[in-house]
Design a protein around this ligand. Structure first.
Ligand SMILES: C[S@@+](CC[C@H](N)C(=O)[O-])C[C@H]1O[C@@H](n2cnc3c(N)ncnc32)[C@H](O)[C@@H]1O
Length: 441
């Protein structure tokens, strides 16, 4: 019997139709869900798409999320044949406005801004020429510059607070804005047993064989080009974990020593828990808690795969003092308490460009109050001489330095050791914040 070929007779057509349908489905949401997870789920409805097809659709949709507002703005300006006031225009703009611009023109702008358009139709060329003619004026004005680079002009005040603290020049602040739309590689944190030079090169080789670009820097591997490293044999053996560079630096900020008892209070699926367990080298323990059991279930699977035996986990909702495990009670508290706090995630826009459209002042206020409550309750479990480490994946001052200052003002028994913005313009990673506070009384 003849076997039916799995390949579609019209692969190009499949791709075009799938992209069109996916885009329409995506737009029909009243509030955008996280795009990466949404795509993974939605691709199941298109079994004929190849890996390359999926990569193309993903790349286009990620670009659309980076330049969504810019496309709407530039089309309005093009129709008016003048540059509209970006701040005022932004104040009126809502996610729904995307329905007001014809799909064809929307994608023309997205491709133009993402540097993906070639010579095209008259309509494309006219828009491109208009854009080039106005480019200097667009770049000269910080509000238009921000908008066209996917950064809402109304966020410039928040960026100003950050720039002042970092002592960034105007040029560096612009660099930060521009970087928010520059894609990041994924980073692999290599597990301890695989950190000898020959193992590292073996992993690098293994990853490169998947047809992607990979680099080794010290003992971290960066991967670019869209492979699913979680499907590789070495991942299943526990050789590495996917973890952003800044996130890896948070575990280092804990200054761990083997034997320490550590509490990871907002452990989620355990990205930092596992990095901590590794740094403890099998001596001491990590207590991992989170509001959600399903996240801790994932953490348990990961700990098992990586063979970390000194990790225990249970639910904690941040609303009261933790009941200390007996071994921790004996030493009157943890040596280290990490609060990797729930936050606005503004520092992850490079990786998840759609997240910026969920960002709001109301959400910030809500996160600030949850962070404060977690700090209040978690600090009660730090032993004398131990460290309370507070981290977020946000660049907002209110969630970071201001939150820490308020905590310290009301807790004389803690002294600030350091506070650092990780990522920012200094490194190709998410932007995170970490403050280390010692319990001195
Ligand atoms: C930034 S994420 C943690 C990421 C995790 N540490 C990692 O490295 O993968 C913040 C976590 O805080 C948890 N969370 C939110 N509200 C909480 C609360 N009131 N008490 C405890 N955990 C909470 C969330 O479920 C989420 O997993």
């Amino acid at each position: 019997m003849k076997r039916r070929s799995k390949k579609s007779p019209h692969p190009q057509l499949n791709l075009v139709v799938a992209k069109k349908q996916l885009w329409q489905e995506w737009l029909s949401q009243s509030k955008f869900k996280p795009l990466d997870r949404w795509l993974k789920q939605s691709f199941k409805k298109y079994p004929n798409l190849t890996r390359e097809d999926k990569l193309k659709v993903s790349n286009d949709m990620f670009s659309a999320m980076r330049y969504m507002q810019a496309a709407c703005y530039l089309e309005s300006c093009y129709q008016a044949q003048s540059l509209l006031n970006a701040l005022l225009w932004d104040k009126e703009w809502k996610q729904d406005c995307i329905h007001e611009i014809p799909t064809k023109e929307f994608w023309q702008w997205v491709y133009l801004l993402a540097d993906k358009s070639g010579p095209g139709t008259k309509s494309e060329n006219d828009r491109q020429n208009w854009f080039l003619k106005n480019r200097v004026q667009i770049n000269d004005n910080i509000e238009t510059y921000a908008l066209v680079n996917g950064f809402r002009p109304q966020w410039l005040n928040l960026l100003k607070q950050r720039s002042l603290l970092q002592a960034w020049s105007a040029e560096q602040s612009r660099q930060f804005i521009k970087q928010q739309n520059i894609h990041l590689p994924i980073y692999l944190r290599i597990n301890q047993e695989y950190q000898q030079a020959d193992c590292l090169h073996h992993i690098l080789h293994h990853i490169k064989q998947q047809g992607v670009h990979a680099d080794l820097y010290k003992n971290v591997i960066s991967v670019d080009g869209g492979t699913d490293v979680q499907r590789t044999e070495l991942y299943n053996k526990g050789a590495f974990e996917i973890q952003d560079l800044a996130s890896q630096q948070i575990a280092e900020a804990l200054s761990l020593k083997p034997g320490f008892k550590v509490w990871d209070a907002c452990a989620g699926a355990g990205g930092k828990t596992l990095a901590i367990a590794q740094l403890l080298a099998g001596k001491g323990s990590v207590t991992a808690t989170d509001l959600h059991q399903y996240k801790l279930d994932e953490l348990k699977k990961r700990a098992k795969r990586g063979q970390y035996h000194n990790v225990r986990s249970f639910v904690w909702d941040g609303q009261s003092k933790l009941r200390l495990p007996n071994d921790v009670k004996q030493q009157a508290g943890f040596d280290r308490v990490l609060i990797d706090a729930p936050c606005t995630s503004a520092g992850t826009w490079r990786r998840n460009p759609d997240a910026r459209w969920r960002f709001s002042l109301e959400d910030t206020a809500e996160q600030l109050s949850i962070q404060k409550q977690i700090l209040e309750n978690a600090c009660l479990s730090v032993r004398l001489g131990g460290y309370l480490v507070y981290a977020t994946c946000s660049w907002q001052v209110s969630e970071n330095e201001a939150q820490v200052a308020e905590f310290l003002a009301h807790h004389e028994n803690f002294r600030l050791q350091s506070q650092t913005l990780l990522g920012g313009i200094a490194q190709q990673s998410d932007t995170m914040f970490v403050a280390v506070m010692e319990r001195v009384k």
